[in-house]
Design a protein around this ligand. Structure first.
Ligand SMILES: C[S@@+](CC[C@H](N)C(=O)[O-])C[C@H]1O[C@@H](n2cnc3c(N)ncnc32)[C@H](O)[C@@H]1O
Length: 211
């Protein structure tokens, strides 16, 4: 099957499966290969609209788990019973704000009080493309770096991190940063990624103990 047909297949499959976007199959592949998301997990999803990752995560964490999602725009679908969404840029987010949102969401959805541990932070954030490849790439690494800073502050020991980035300049520094926080680091270009795209995902597992 050619890349084109495969691309078409994912688009159609997302429609058939009632997911908001084909992006869900990237997360599904990451999760299948790395076995990250478990029932009861408390998660942060950055760049969460139109909402397909939230739909997937909401099922994956089950009735005891919670996800807080942030994006510049509202999701276009119901993100699922375990998720709460907020319109916000990652620039505005502080670890304290995210922790407070998660705590409130967990209280409302699961009925548990107290500060939840964050099991994982995932980011599918992508800049608005300008067509200038280098500029777009640098912006994408910037977004992944902001995601890493939040993950470093929030994710519990042994927890995980997933972030989209466009491969190219400045990626080495980001990879080093992820390695500093997570003991196992891998890159993955999922099958559902568009042909010719430099998009890949960096995956950090086993968050190192807090200093
Ligand atoms: C590829 S889409 C995410 C798709 C989503 N994971 C899904 O499955 O439906 C990338 C998203 O990143 C968001 N984004 C870009 N810059 C952002 C920022 N500074 N803060 C938060 N979200 C941002 C965009 O608004 C866009 O919705």
């Amino acid at each position: 099957m050619t890349r084109y047909n495969r691309r078409d297949r994912y688009y159609q499959k997302a429609k058939d499966d009632q997911y908001a976007a084909r992006s869900v199959y990237k997360l599904e592949e990451i999760d299948r290969r790395h076995r990250l998301i478990k029932q009861g997990h408390n998660l942060v999803d950055l760049g969460s609209s139109p909402g397909s990752w939230l739909q997937y995560l909401s099922k994956a964490v089950g009735k005891k788990g919670v996800i807080v999602g942030y994006d510049l725009v509202e999701p276009s679908v119901n993100p699922g019973p375990q998720a709460r969404t907020f319109v916000a840029s990652v620039d505005e987010l502080t670890p304290e704000r995210v922790q407070a949102d998660l705590q409130k969401a967990r209280q409302e959805i699961v009925g548990l009080s107290g500060a939840p541990l964050v099991d994982g932070l995932v980011s599918d954030m992508a800049p608005k493309l300008t067509g200038v490849r280098d500029a777009d790439q640098v912006k994408s690494v910037g977004l992944a770096t902001q995601a890493l800073l939040l993950a470093e502050a929030l994710v519990r020991p042994e927890g995980y991190f997933v972030a989209k980035l466009f491969q190219g300049r400045e990626i080495d520094e980001l990879v080093l940063g992820v390695k500093r926080v997570f003991a196992e680091v891998k890159m993955l270009k999922p099958e559902a990624t568009r042909d010719g795209s430099r998009e890949a995902f960096i995956i950090g597992r086993s968050r190192r103990p807090l200093a």
